[in-house]
Design a protein around this ligand. Structure first.
Ligand SMILES: [Fe+2]
Length: 316
């Protein structure tokens, strides 16, 4: 099963806030969202897709994502983002949707460094308004995450399967399968076998598969090899026509590809990007019987790719 942060009701939220103390400003915002969620409907056919939030223990951390070995960006011309503000902004736009998505997935790399407990505490603080708004948060494991620290912080959510986090969100029009590509970008034979079995048991409904790593070498700005057993994953999905898309993060770049029935959706990072001027933000996914409709929401609403759309056909 994936790591799931269940939504917070207003009563549960008030109880939790008293127990934890502090974080007064954010809690009052979350409290308003909790009150709203008791009035607003949640749409089971709408999912907010985030990836690479890279939250630091320092709430004021600003990071130059374009500064990586071999980057074509000249020294002095790097672009930085305020990491926590990006997630807070994304959370605000997700909560403002009407109807609200019932689910939100962070597809790996919640943390900035290597999944320190302090980073997860800050991450949880930032997603609190989302949970208070009634939205269920799901998290996959990225290479900057640490399962044990995440589990330690949220022991009641620990769902261990073959020593990894993997699971299925069953929605009215599609099954969402969440995979764990670990710190090194490997699914492993056990997880691939599990994926094949679960897909074969659910041929009646289209499946959308999520994992942090790119399944083949990145075609975008930063050379990144990607998942070691990506070829096995792609073969498995190619053999199953009801597997309609693989969603991944890791490259911090909004990209799209298609191989026969399989759509490959590269989610942008919520926080910093690797290429100068690239889009960062999140994706609104609306599911119908026929399609999954994606719309890019940039943190910078004036970005040229704001509102960019992709359609994944769920039927032939
Ligand atoms: Fe990342």
């Amino acid at each position: 099963m994936p790591i799931i942060l269940p939504p917070i009701t207003r009563r549960r939220f008030i109880k939790g806030s008293i127990a934890l103390g502090g974080t007064v400003m954010l809690n009052s915002r979350a409290l308003v969202a909790a009150a709203d969620s008791e009035r607003a409907g949640l749409d089971q056919n709408r999912v907010a897709l985030l990836a690479d939030t890279h939250i630091s223990a320092d709430p004021d951390r600003v990071y130059p994502g374009t500064k990586w070995p071999g980057s074509p960006v000249k020294e002095g011309e790097h672009e930085s983002v305020h990491i926590a503000k990006c997630l807070a902004e994304a959370a605000k736009s997700v909560i403002a949707l009407n109807p609200r998505p019932a689910h939100l997935i962070v597809n790996g790399d919640c943390a900035l460094s290597n999944g320190k407990e302090a980073e997860y505490k800050e991450f949880l603080r930032l997603v609190e308004p989302i949970r208070a708004a009634g939205i269920t948060v799901h998290v996959t494991i990225g290479n900057h995450d640490n399962r044990n620290n995440l589990w330690k912080l949220l022991p009641f959510l620990k769902q261990e399967l073959m020593r990894v986090q993997a699971g299925i969100i069953e929605l009215p029009h599609a099954n969402l399968v969440l995979l764990d590509s670990g710190r090194k970008g490997v699914l492993g034979e056990g997880q691939l076998k599990w994926l094949a079995e679960k897909l074969d048991e659910r041929v009646d409904k289209p499946a959308l598969i999520f994992g942090h790593f790119n399944p083949y070498p990145n075609r975008g700005v930063r050379p990144i090899k990607g998942m070691r057993d990506g070829a096995s994953l792609l073969k498995l999905l190619a053999e199953r026509k009801h597997a309609r898309a693989y969603f991944y993060g890791h490259t911090h770049e909004w990209q799209y590809d298609r191989r026969a029935h399989l759509h490959l959706i590269n989610q942008p990072a919520v926080s910093y990007y690797f290429g100068k001027g690239h889009a960062h933000g999140w994706v609104d996914m609306k599911l119908t019987e026929m399609s999954a409709d994606l719309e890019l929401h940039c943190i910078n609403r004036k970005h040229r790719q704001q509102g960019d759309r992709k359609k994944i056909s769920l039927k032939d």
